[in-house]
Each structure stands twice: as structure tokens, then as C-alpha cells.
Write a new protein. Structure first.
Lengths: 83, 135, 258
């Protein structure tokens, strides 16, 4: 058990770094979802099941979905002003 | 090990700031802001943890069993949900900036003008919207 | 500002902040050694005082209920801002019916997907309800359960198509859910004052420890949060989805558009 927590902290750092370094927003969405999943597992290991449940629902489902739809909205609609 | 969680929190915040400063795409920038936000979660939950303690839920264990700090968890719990709605608000601002400025690049962002002045009013609700945005 | 100047500025800020961060980290208690006194006291006192098993819910809905009221209205404000920004451009009149996505073929869903969604949808809703209702007993509560319920409605979109989703979910109901939930929470704070008690004082019977009906007023507050979060998040999904479509007079009302 004592070895799992440091590993999970390191995974959280790595996945957070990946979110920043993946510059293409379409790929970044997946990095965000993975980051949310890693954080949820970390929070559960830190004896915070309430927070883990919240992070799981928000971080791996709701937020990536909002990012995807925002990307789609940007891609499908041309800008109003063509100056 | 004793400082690893705090170091991870500092690292996440720092890398998030780096991402925000160097981002060339607003949607990517909002994602980087989420990384900064997660740094606070890691810090708070790291502060509230104690080895050998149970989760602060006294269903299977009788009250009085050593448990981790519930205050930090309550703080983080509400922030995750409210933070998601703020992410949505930022994404909407991004979409609006794209529609009005034509680019997602922060470097190319220009000051906003009222739509009515530049004679590009195409439909009544957009004029109203433009006036509201400009004010 | 040019990108290079920005990075230089960030590096300078990092140079200033790094020693400060190092000093703070060195000053913090070693990880896992101790927890704050406040949390320790709550763990010791709250199970007997409030008859609830989940300390996190006890803090959110009772001991620090005022903070949660603030969070609740932050949620309301953020969602209102999002909806105003999106709807303001489209116009308020188009909120009732599904808008169309021109120039994309409607791909019929395979029966396996439809069946899976019809099975998983109610199960997800049931799980969300379970999480909401057991706020004071097991991990869960209005915040988490609300997000699960809202995400569950997306299974309708996946299984029945966009028009089916919009038929099942009415935008005005979501407004009412969201605002009503926040109102319910605020009333939970004000109602005890009518009886002469303090703001948000727990005046309802506390119930039995480890029972579903424990915690008194917390259950009502939890319900208010669940309604607001469910309505708010579903509204967010709906308005975001609508943003990818174009307002156009539908040739055939009720035509499936995916």
C-alpha cells in the first residue's frame, strides 16, 4: 500500500504534464480524460471516495465532452467577421 | 515521500502556468487551466491524508476510528463540480472569441468592436448581442 | 507581447516563486503524519451530533452549509452566464425544438447501440439516484449524483438520436430544475429562521445513525443541490450541443437529425 501512493502521485504529475504538452486540442481531450481517471484513482487511494466519485463523473465524462463539443462548434461554424 | 505530494502539486501548477503562457489555442489553454486547478486538489487532499486512517465515512467502522480530514474533501468535492461549470463558461467565451475574431490563437486576438458600427449587422438578435458585448 | 518575451517573463516569475514554494513545502507537516485539528474534531463530534455517517456530507450541508450555499449560487451564475452567451446569439425563440445540422448524413444507429443505451440509460439513472439519496450514509451526494444523472441523459442522445434527446428533455424544465434547486437550498437556510432558530440550523428530526433518513435538514439541502446540478449540467450539455447546429426552419417537424 505504501508503494502505491507515490506511484499514483507520479502518474498524476505525468498525466497532467501530458495535458499541457499535447498541443492539438483534439488529442488533448483524451489526455484530459486520462488525467481525470488518474486523479480519481489517486483520490480514492487518499481515502476520499466522495471526491473520487465526483472527479470520475466530472473529469472523465462531463468535461471532455464539453471540450469535444466546443471543438466541434469551432470547426463547423465559420467566424462571423471575415476581416 | 514526505514532500512528494506537495512537490507534485507545485509541479502541476507550474506546468499548467507554462502551458497557459505558451498556448497558441484557447481550447488548449482552458485545458491547461484545468491542470492548475487539479494542483489545488492534490495539495488539499495531500494535506488531509494520514497513514493508516480510514475514509471519513463511519458506516462500516464505528465512530471514533481514526479517519482522514473531511474538511479538505468537502472543499475539493464542491470545487470539482463548480469548476466544471466554469470550464464550460470559459469554453463558451472561447467559441464567442472565435466567432468574432476568427481565430483561436491568443496572439491574434484583437479588441472587440461593436457590430453595428462596422455595418455588419445581419439580423436583429446579432445587433442586440453586439451592443451587449461591446458595452 | 511576443511569445519569447512571455516565456522570459514566466521564467522570471518562476525564479521568484520557486524559493517561496520550496520554503512553504519545507514548512508543511510531513505527508501522512497528521491532520488539521478542525477535521479531527468534526470526526469526533459530528456522528453523535448530527446522526450522519458521511462526514463530507455533514460538512457540506450542515457544518459549513453557508459555504455550500455560496458554491451553489456560483454554479447557478456560471451556468446562467453560459446559457445567456449561447442563447443570446441564437435567440430565445429556438430553445424548444432541436436545431439541424446541415450537410451531414444521418447515420442510422445499429440495433446493438440502441439496445445497449436502453439498458444502460435506466441503470445509470438508478445509480445516480442511489448516489443522491445515500448522501448521509455512504460516499455520494447531490453534487456527484447530479453529474451522474445529467451524464446519463446523454445515453438518450446516443441511443435515440438528437431529436429524440431533445424530445425527452425540455429546456424550460431544466431552467426550473436548476433555479428551483438553488431556491430550495436557500429556503432551507431561511426556513429555520421563521421558527426562531439560526440561519440553516438543523431543526428537522435527525433520524437514526446509518439510516437512509438521517441528517434532518441535510436531506432537503442535498435534494436541492441534486436538482440544481442535474438541471444545470443537462442544460450545459444541451446548449453546447445546440451550438454545433444551425437554426433553420425544419422542413418536416420531428425529422430525425443526428
Amino acid at each position: 500500500m505504501t508503494a502505491i501512493l507515490p506511484l499514483l502521485f507520479l502518474f498524476a504529475a505525468i498525466s497532467g504534464t501530458a495535458v499541457v504538452l499535447v498541443r492539438d486540442p483534439a488529442r488533448q481531450v483524451f489526455a484530459i480524460a486520462v488525467n481525470g481517471l488518474v486523479l480519481a484513482i489517486l483520490f480514492d487511494a487518499l481515502q476520499a471516495p466522495d471526491v473520487a466519485l465526483s472527479e470520475l463523473a466530472v473529469g472523465t465524462a462531463a468535461v471532455p465532452l464539453l471540450f469535444l463539443v466546443a471543438l466541434m462548434a469551432v470547426k463547423t461554424q465559420p467566424p462571423e467577421e471575415d476581416s | 515521500m514526505s514532500v512528494l505530494p506537495y512537490a507534485v502539486a507545485a509541479w502541476l501548477f507550474g506546468i499548467g502556468l507554462y502551458g497557459i503562457a505558451t498556448s497558441r489555442n484557447f481550447i488548449h489553454l482552458v485545458g491547461c487551466l484545468g491542470v492548475c486547478q487539479s494542483a489545488t486538489y492534490v495539495l488539499l487532499l495531500g494535506l488531509g491524508y494520514r497513514w493508516g486512517s480510514i475514509a471519513p465515512i463511519f458506516y462500516d467502522h464505528p465512530p471514533g476510528t481514526p479517519a482522514v480530514d473531511p474538511v479538505m474533501q468537502a472543499l475539493v468535492l464542491t470545487d470539482i463540480v463548480v469548476g466544471a461549470t466554469l470550464t464550460a463558461l470559459l469554453l463558451v467565451l472561447t467559441i464567442q472569441a472565435y466567432k468574432r475574431g476568427g481565430s483561436l490563437d491568443p496572439e491574434k486576438l484583437r479588441p472587440m468592436r461593436a457590430v453595428g458600427q462596422s455595418g455588419r449587422d445581419r439580423g436583429s438578435n446579432r445587433v442586440g448581442d453586439g451592443e451587449r458585448k461591446a458595452s | 507581447m511576443s511569445p519569447n518575451a512571455r516565456i522570459v517573463l514566466l521564467a522570471l516569475a518562476g525564479l521568484v516563486l520557486l524559493p517561496g514554494a520550496a520554503a512553504v513545502i519545507a514548512g508543511l507537516p510531513a505527508f501522512g503524519s497528521t491532520i488539521a485539528q478542525y477535521g479531527e474534531r468534526i470526526n469526533a463530534v459530528a456522528p453523535e451530533a448530527r446522526h450522519v455517517a458521511n462526514m463530507v456530507s455533514a460538512i457540506n450541508f450542515d457544518l459549513r452549509g453557508l459555504d455550500t450555499l455560496g458554491e451553489e449560487f456560483m454554479l447557478l451564475a456560471a451556468i446562467t452566464g453560459t446559457v445567456v452567451l449561447l442563447r443570446g446569439r441564437r435567440g430565445e425563440g429556438n430553445t424548444e425544438r432541436a436545431m439541424r445540422r446541415p450537410g451531414r448524413a444521418v447515420i442510422p444507429r445499429s440495433e446493438a447501440v440502441v439496445l445497449a443505451c436502453r439498458i444502460a440509460g435506466p441503470l445509470t439513472a438508478l445509480f445516480g439516484l442511489y448516489v443522491v439519496l445515500h448522501a448521509t450514509v455512504t460516499p455520494g451526494g447531490g453534487f456527484q449524483g447530479g453529474v451522474i444523472l445529467a451524464s446519463g441523459t446523454l445515453l438518450i442522445y446516443l441511443g435515440e438520436g438528437y431529436a429524440g434527446w431533445r424530445d425527452a428533455i425540455r429546456s424550460h424544465w431544466l431552467d426550473a430544475l436548476e433555479g428551483g434547486g438553488a431556491l430550495l437550498f436557500a429556503l432551507c437556510g431561511l426556513a429555520p429562521m421563521l421558527t426562531g432558530a439560526a440561519f440553516m440550523q438543523n431543526i428537522l428530526p435527525l433520524g437514526t445513525f446509518r439510516d437512509l433518513f438521517s441528517g434532518g435538514l441535510m436531506l432537503v439541502e442535498n435534494l436541492g443541490v441534486a436538482l440544481a446540478v442535474t438541471g444545470g449540467f443537462t442544460q450545459l450539455f444541451l446548449e453546447f450541443m445546440e451550438e454545433t447546429r444551425e437554426a433553420r426552419e425544419p422542413e418536416e417537424p420531428g425529422e430525425e437529425s443526428a
